[in-house]
Ligand binder design. Sequence first.
Ligand SMILES: NC(=O)c1ccc[n+]([C@@H]2O[C@H](COP(=O)([O-])OP(=O)(O)OC[C@H]3O[C@@H](n4cnc5c(N)ncnc54)[C@H](OP(=O)(O)O)[C@@H]3O)[C@@H](O)[C@H]2O)c1
Length: 288
Amino acid sequence: MLKGKIAIITGASSGIGAALALQISREGASVILAARRREKLEQLAAEITRAGQVALPITADVTKRADAEMLVRTAVERFGRVDILVNNAGRGHFASVEDTTDEMIRSMFELNVYPLWYTTRPALTQMKKQGSGHIINIASMAGKIGYPYNSAYVAAKHACVGFTHALRMELMETGIHATVVCPAGVLTGWAGETEGGSMLEFFSASGPAIKRLASERGISLPAIEGVLPAEDVAAQIVKCIYNPVAELFTHKGSAEFLRLIAENREEAEKHQIPVVLGERAVYERLKA
Ligand SMILES: NC(=O)c1ccc[n+]([C@@H]2O[C@H](COP(=O)([O-])OP(=O)(O)OC[C@H]3O[C@@H](n4cnc5c(N)ncnc54)[C@H](OP(=O)(O)O)[C@@H]3O)[C@@H](O)[C@H]2O)c1
């Protein structure tokens, strides 16, 4: 059903971006695959080509405006249009507020925020000519609520959510859609790639501590679905290409928890006490 459509996906070399590229191509769209790891992009492009679809791997560092703009220019020169732009490239960091360096803050915004403008500005020029298009920004539940030891990432993903809503307003009744996707945990390399050290040990050690504290204190944890495979998240994004929504919450319970926060933040945050205390204990031990 996406035959003839052209999609650009940043961060297509692994995780959500790679899974989405495969699924969008299966729907018939041609895909431009962008990331820094050339070999991974070429492997994915070969898989898509073997399945009879079109994929163009492009090495690009989206923190560089020229690279990001080149993606859109290439799509227009090569295919004459841009129908779907997925701003997915992203990375987290692992540090308490006191341990967050200026460099971490800068790099979180340089990757998770600035490229939203770098790719969207030229894409809009083309989409406005077409009178159609869909810009999909991959934020996170970290763009809607606070998580400890990720403050710069949380702030950057909140910026991604804000950017998308401002964009939606500007695009009202233009035929161009904008969606922000807010996944909770997804089984990808993300947690192992966080700046300031991997979060893998932190997550695995804090899980049991959180459960123990919740049981000791008789507090129910936020009922947000656990870690999902990237393919499940990608499948939900594909559905949203057919039926665009403003915000896509990929994990069950996310929207309900956000409603609880909107109604009564203090009450909702009580459910996070075991999470915060469990993670604090592990953070202090790991950083000691
Ligand atoms: N995994 C989760 O639990 C989770 C939850 C919520 C939201 N998210 C968000 O989902 C998005 C995808 O992450 P993921 O979970 O799929 O992790 P991932 O497998 O680590 O994917 C991150 C992608 O971003 C690309 N990337 C990083 N820096 C880049 C740069 N400077 N220029 C171009 N591409 C760059 C990486 O490719 P190269 O290294 O090859 O450049 C990779 O393809 C991110 O925005 C992330 O914040 C993830």
